[in-house]
Design a protein around this ligand. Structure first.
Ligand SMILES: Cc1cc2nc3c(=O)[nH]c(=O)nc-3n(C[C@H](O)[C@H](O)[C@H](O)COP(=O)(O)OP(=O)(O)OC[C@H]3O[C@@H](n4cnc5c(N)ncnc54)[C@H](O)[C@@H]3O)c2cc1C
Length: 396
């Protein structure tokens, strides 16, 4: 087995690194990056500007075909790009449009839908959000209740979505709605495109435990959407919504982010121990950090494993659940170690930049990283998949 990347892949990595070094601020300002969705208006503006820079290089949707503004890039190049971007804490582009809706439209959209929506995503002009989860339907998504009833040339939508990241900033939402309440639950769902600035569409912020506004509750009161906004066939939306399989889903971004946080923490611990600032916890910190560096390498290879399966043209199965559960939980362990190694000085928030060590980022990461073990399928759901599909255990 050869673990090395090909020379042209290494050359691409060097090109990305050089671009990131040139385009991203360094030092304290890099706290402004990375949190584009849950961040402040300034962070959001920075992220939008950065996305436009990527778009100008055809790097915003590198995995799309050239005819739609992409670069025909393969899985391994996507992995390299995502790993370097996460390590550099570059704002990750609007994944809802670029990674989810765009490829779905290429598969299931009409020519008109492609013409209407793909250019706006590829140029970072139009932002999307994902309306799947509802108050009673998260892990058991197929039980969703938001209804769309056909009325002439429109659907009329009533109901509620929840945890909708970015609904307060997005221009459009792609959503799952129930169009046939009588059918078995997976067979009465449709996939609709809904503008967010339309009568009857409203949202309320949900503030996370780090005090950030990233997700929302969204309400639909007689929202009218033309039938042309249906993607795929009516009542077959479950299969449209699940067709997110052919792009990179290794979790490499979380591996890159964990490694960057660890490298920062190691640098901090080195400096602090020289100054006698680890309160006698130096030996324990050394061991813990060494352990986590090993774990972050394990996580990186789990992500590469998923990418390699995809690069062979196969669809990863339980392997992506292993990577998702491991890397999201690793992110939390790294943050918890940061909080413990830094002690009280690490808890000063970035609002006091003079005193905040590492910009208070570990306290923030400690709170934010919990959400990543839930979003996109909880750790328990991933473990269920690993048990049944990976280990062949009977269903619980
Ligand atoms: C940061 C963040 C961003 C999000 N962004 C979006 C978004 O943009 N759009 C969107 O539609 N949704 C979004 N979500 C919602 C996310 O998809 C759901 O939170 C997730 O699917 C879990 O659903 P739930 O919250 O309803 O929890 P539930 O499904 O009610 O689960 C509650 C608990 O029960 C456990 N559980 C449930 N079923 C099982 C089972 N079968 N076996 C074992 N344990 C089980 C779960 O693991 C969990 O611990 C986001 C969530 C987070 C945290």
């Amino acid at each position: 087995m050869d673990y090395r990347f090909a020379p042209e892949e290494e050359a691409f990595r060097a090109e990305i690194k050089a671009f990131l070094k040139e385009s991203l601020p360094v030092g304290d300002e890099d706290a402004e990056q990375g949190e584009e969705i849950a961040g402040t208006d300034a962070q959001w503006q920075f992220a939008r500007g950065f996305q436009k820079q990527l778009a100008a290089k055809n790097w915003l949707v590198p995995h799309w075909p050239k005819q739609y503004g992409g670069n025909d890039m393969g899985i391994m190049e996507q992995v390299i790009m995502r790993e370097e971007m996460s390590y550099a804490r570059a704002p990750i582009p609007d994944i809802f449009g670029t990674n989810m809706l765009g490829p779905v439209l290429m598969l299931y959209g009409t020519e008109e839908q492609k013409k209407q929506h793909l250019p706006g995503i590829a140029s970072a002009e139009v932002m999307w959000c994902q309306g799947y989860s509802e108050p009673g339907s998260g892990s058991d998504l197929a039980s969703l209740q938001t209804k769309a009833v056909r009325d002439g040339d429109d659907y009329v939508i009533n109901g509620q979505k929840i945890w909708t990241s970015n609904a307060h900033r997005a221009d459009w939402m792609f959503m799952l709605v129930r169009t046939d309440p009588e059918a078995p639950k997976h067979k009465g769902i449709s996939f609709l495109l809904t503008p967010t600035r339309t009568p009857g569409f409203s949202h309320r912020p949900l503030i996370n435990m780090a005090g950030q506004h990233g997700f929302n509750e969204v309400f639909f009161e007689d929202v009218r959407v033309p039938v042309q906004n249906l993607v795929g066939e009516e009542n077959r939306g479950w299969y449209v919504g699940a067709a997110l399989l052919d792009f990179e889903r290794s979790g490499i971004g979380q591996a890159g982010a964990a490694r960057r946080n660890l490298d920062d923490l190691v640098a901090y611990a080195r400096q602090a121990s020289k100054n006698g600032g680890l309160n006698g916890k130096g030996e324990a910190a050394r061991n813990k950090l060494a352990e986590l560096i090993i774990e972050s390498e394990v996580g990186r290879f789990l992500a590469y494993r998923v990418a390699t399966i995809q690069a062979r043209g196969e669809v990863p199965n339980y392997e992506s659940s292993v990577s998702k559960a491991y890397l999201s939980e690793l992110g939390h362990r790294v943050a918890a170690t940061g909080v413990s190694v830094m002690g009280l000085p690490g808890q000063v928030r970035p609002e006091s930049p003079r005193w905040a060590k590492l910009r208070g980022s570990f306290v923030l990461a400690y709170m934010v990283s919990v959400g990543l073990t839930i979003a996109g399928g909880t750790s328990e759901i991933q473990r269920g998949i690993i048990a049944s599909r990976g280990l062949g255990l009977p269903r619980g």
